[in-house]
Design a protein. Structure first.
Length: 614
């Protein structure tokens, strides 16, 4: 049995459980298992009467079920309610009376929590100077035991979703577990999952609330190292997101058959966890890419880059990709969900049909009116003029998009290049959608960024020199499209002055693209990150944007995307010149010009180089 297990082993099962085998041998011939346990005969034969205390508080002990670093667990009878319970007796690690009283209060705070996916706490007290906690006795197995049998990924996810709901309930009650692992999750014979062993958790006061409204505990370094979050190793404040990290270590282990971080000892493991050196999932595992992307975000080194809470985790894990025929992208993640853009269908012959409908689904008079109303609501001076200028810029972008669309459809190019260019043009619509949606909810700060925002849209004409199909949706088009929308959203956040939020979104998109193996989108996300790391824009990022730009070039080369290589090199020249790093710009400029020449020197690129170095 795992540490603090409170499941009843069933000796009638034919498995390798050592304790189960010993119990089976201890049952007197002709006696029923339940009756034997109830009368303590198993306990006396198995452990010896002097090892089995006659009682713990008011509870009549039957048998020892397990033990570990934090205490021992016994099955017992509650004579007042005439029911079997599990009694966990904590080791006497704190002899001071006030500390024992605090532990009892913490245990009783758990008793306030009532959720089907959390093991109920019935009582707590002190017996012979040691704190004990009384809990529900679950008949079944620990998750660790359950995982010994290979199972399909859907079954694994269903079980972990139940555990996530239990953790979310605990977090809502102000309780952080701090030691989530498969041994501390019980799966009853009824199939219901319960999170257990909150023995090192504690309830905190409202004065200790974290920046996201969740509970923070100051005690660090406590937990099982294999499942500890970076902040636990570092001794930083620990909140509910540490439980999320341990949860995803367990899910990664269940899906992949191995943990995501290596380490021969605690120090080596801590170094890998805190540095984010995660080994990739092994090839050929039975898990979809979208699921691995969810796991990867939950294992982020920075807690702020993980999922917002366990409710969000549940929503993501219950996600099921929709059929391609019904594939749509909801409105930009930055705000309004009233705009929709249809993904071009899989029948590639129809990609040039009805461009006006695609454009007006994103930019139309209703959206223009919403922008004007939002600007007027700020009561700033000259908002009408600013809104008119922004609307005119979006109108001009729409005209450019239609022109580029017609050129791509009428050009004498191969089908693969036409597909790539159309998908690029569709991405430009996502960028327009994201920015237009943002300005329909403009506040005073966004109004001040009106001119910058419109200029941040990338020219649709750039799509005419895309010559590769690499990165167009293949295995999972929905994931591909969602990532493109996320990158567009990150760019928009930067353009409206929210550099920190934009950079966080770009980094998250980079991680997701890398996990999905989409080097094209990884390069695009890295490009956005590099732009938002520019200190001239007021960025406080501690990473040299040149390193990010170099990573973008490498990703674009790996994706066989010469257009993205050229974009990254041109952007690198612009960034170096803007910062006054003329030596670096002089090194990169020849490469940028050669990359642009390989594409036929499109004016969008050649002109940018000339302008930067002039």
């Amino acid at each position: 049995m795992g540490e603090d297990a409170i499941t009843v082993p069933d000796p009638r099962r034919d498995d390798d459980d050592a304790l189960g085998g010993r119990v089976r041998e201890a049952i007197p011939e002709g006696r029923d298992l339940q009756a034997a346990q109830w009368h303590g005969e198993v306990a006396s034969r198995l452990f010896g009467r002097r090892e089995t205390p006659p009682s713990i508080g008011r509870y009549q002990v039957i048998a020892r079920l397990g033990g570990g670093a934090s205490g021992e667990v016994w099955s017992a009878i509650d004579p007042q309610l005439d029911r079997r319970v599990a009694v966990k007796v904590l080791h006497d690690t704190a002899a001071l009376e006030d500390r024992r009283a605090a532990m009892v209060r913490e245990a009783k705070s758990l008793a306030k929590l009532s959720h089907p996916n959390v093991v109920p706490v019935f009582d707590a007290g002190v017996h012979d100077g040691r704190v004990f906690v009384t809990l529900e006795l679950v008949e079944g197995a620990t998750m660790r035991q359950w995982l010994r049998t290979p199972r399909p990924w859907r079954e694994l996810v269903d079980v972990f979703v139940q555990a996530a709901r239990g953790l979310h309930a605990a977090h809502g009650a102000g309780i952080v577990h701090r030691d989530f692992k498969p041994e501390n999750v019980l799966i009853g014979d009824d199939g219901r999952v319960r999170v257990s062993d909150f023995g090192i958790a504690r309830e905190t006061s409202s004065a200790e609330q974290g920046p996201l409204g969740d509970t923070i505990t100051s005690t660090a370094g406590i937990g099982t190292p294999a499942y500890m979050a970076p902040e636990q190793f570092l001794g930083d404040p620990v909140d509910a997101r540490a439980d999320q990290f341990g949860f995803f270590v367990g899910l990664h282990e269940a899906l992949c058959g191995e943990r995501p971080f290596l380490g021969r000892d605690r120090m080596a493991l801590a170094a890998n966890v805190t540095a984010g050196r995660r080994r990739p999932p092994p090839a050929g595992i039975d898990a979809p890419r979208w699921l691995l992307a969810v796991v990867a975000r939950g294992l982020a080194t920075d807690p702020s880059r993980r999922w917002p809470d366990m409710a969000a985790v549940v929503r993501e894990l219950e996600h099921r990709p929709r059929p391609r025929a019904a594939l749509w992208l909801a409105g930009a993640a930055i705000g309004v969900g009233a705009l929709f853009v249809a993904l071009p269908g899989d029948e590639r012959a129809r990609q040039c049909d009805d461009p006006a409908t695609r454009l007006t689904a994103v930019w139309n008079p209703t959206t223009a009116t919403a922008i004007r109303d939002a600007f007027a609501a700020t009561a700033l001076p000259h908002t009408a003029e600013r809104a008119d200028r922004l609307v005119a810029d979006f109108d001009r972008f729409g005209d450019e998009w239609r022109t580029a669309h017609d050129s791509a459809c009428n050009a004498d190019i191969d089908d693969g290049t036409r597909i790539a260019q159309q998908y690029c043009l569709h991405t430009r619509l996502l960028e327009l959608q994201s920015m237009a949606t943002a300005f329909t909810r403009a506040d005073a700060a966004m109004v001040e960024h009106t001119a910058i925002g419109a200029s941040g849209l990338r020219a649709p004409g750039e799509c005419l020199y895309v010559i590769s199909t690499e990165g167009s949706p293949t295995v999972d088009p929905e994931q591909d499209l969602e990532l493109r929308a996320a990158i567009a959203n990150a760019r928009t956040l930067g353009d409206i002055g929210k550099l920190g939020d934009g950079l966080a979104a770009a980094r998250d998109a980079t991680e997701r693209a890398a996990l999905l193996g989409n080097r094209s989108l990884e390069a695009e996300a890295l490009l956005v990150s590099a732009e938002l790391q520019n200190p001239l824009l007021g960025s406080s990022a501690d990473i040299d944007p040149r390193a990010t730009m170099h990573a973008a070039v490498l990703a674009a080369e790996a994706a066989h995307r010469p257009d993205l290589v050229a974009l990254a090199l041109v952007a690198s020249v612009e960034s170096d010149m803007a910062r006054g790093d003329y030596r670096s710009a002089a090194v990169v400029e020849p490469r940028a010009r050669a990359a642009a020449a390989a594409l036929g020197n499109p004016p969008e690129l050649a002109g940018r180089i000339d302008l930067a170095v002039s």
